[in-house]
Design a protein around this ligand. Structure first.
Ligand code: AN0
Ligand code: CP
Length: 316
């Protein structure tokens, strides 16, 4: 694997999930693979889990890791082509990405969407420039439209904890006070539509996701109906795809509570985190027996390690 930007870069999803679960059993078995290899993690946006889990995964494989919070510590980056750089930007992404590629063997990049220009975000303009100019294998640490390391960890978690061959998985929209990207739900949907699960997406009218990501899912605006007999409930807020990046007033009653869990199959509750308590997800759920959010975050290590291992095998 030379690029991990979406589920489409994975040739065998089942094998990748199995690899992650094997690595969880035996984290240090492949330290030779990463010897004298360096991973660069470049953040244009904040992160806790992606930063720490990917760094841990790389060190488990014997790699060295360099982290650059380029939004805070780097030179102000110019992303547009054919401009006279007489404003605030100091360095062009063409040089910056190419130079990073001189120092590292694999690079990870986080670049959130601006949520202003849908074409720019959905064409992955920033992320694609890193692919174009860095010259080394690249991993998405969440781009404008997808978060594949999260989705892989989510699928690993479902595979690990399911109690029937084909569980019912429900992605349910949750309230928030800010417009958030569609990357996590897009990506989760895209992976679930290819997994052995019965997959439903529920959201209030207006929050339709781009159909390319949701083909094969059952889609409803009735949360109660969606939750019936659910084995896994994936909670996430996202802003509208159309009109792009907008948030509609109301819908506070979409927050998941213990009362809503009663109709599920003792559903396990997932969230990628960070989560706003009692706004997106009730504290009673987060502190109760049905929440698996911390376990899910723990699995980010094995997802990242499975991807890094496949990349390192190609570099040998
Ligand atoms: C981001 C998002 O929703 O895409 C990152 C989630 C991993 N969340 C926030 O900005 C709160
Ligand atoms: N879930 C996730 O990617 O968390 P961070 O934004 O903290 O990395």
């Amino acid at each position: 694997m030379k690029l991990f930007s979406s589920v489409h870069d994975v040739t065998d999803i089942k094998a990748l999930v199995a690899e992650a679960l094997q690595l969880k059993q035996n984290p240090y078995a492949h330290q030779h693979l990463g010897k004298n290899k360096t991973l660069g993690l470049v953040f244009l946006n904040p992160s806790l889990r992606t930063r720490m889990s990917t760094q841990k995964a790389a060190t488990n494989l014997g790699m060295n890791v360099m982290v650059l919070n380029i939004d805070k510590e780097g030179w102000a980056l110019e992303l547009r082509d054919s401009v006279v750089m007489d404003g605030d930007t100091v360095e062009h992404i063409r040089e910056a990405a190419a130079v990073m590629g001189q120092y590292v063997d694999i690079i990870g990049v986080r670049s959130f969407p601006g949520l202003k220009n849908r074409d720019e975000d959905y064409n992955e303009v920033i992320f694609n420039k890193f692919i174009e100019y860095c010259g080394v294998p690249l991993i998405s640490l969440e781009s404008a439209t997808r978060h594949p390391l999260q989705s892989l960890a989510d699928l690993v978690t479902i595979e690990e904890l399911k109690t029937k061959p084909r569980p019912k998985v429900v992605l349910t929209w949750a309230p928030h006070i800010k417009p958030l990207p569609q990357a996590v739900p897009n990506s989760f949907a895209e992976w679930m539509c290819r997994a052995d699960v019965d997959f439903t997406i529920a959201y209030p009218a207006g929050y339709e996701l781009f159909a390319d990501f949701t083909k094969g899912a059952t889609i409803t605006t009735n949360q109660e109906e969606a939750l019936a007999d659910a084995d896994f409930i994936y909670v996430k807020n996202w802003s509208a795809y159309e009109p792009y990046g907008k948030v509609f007033p109301g819908n506070e009653d979409w927050m998941l509570t213990n009362q809503k869990l009663k109709n599920t199959n003792n559903g396990k509750v997932m969230h990628c985190l960070p989560v706003r308590r009692n706004l997106e997800l009730s504290a009673e759920i987060l502190d109760g027996p049905n929440s698996i959010v911390v376990h899910e975050a723990g699995n980010r290590v094995w997802a990242a390690q499975a991807v890094l291992k496949q990349m390192l095998e190609k570099l040998q």
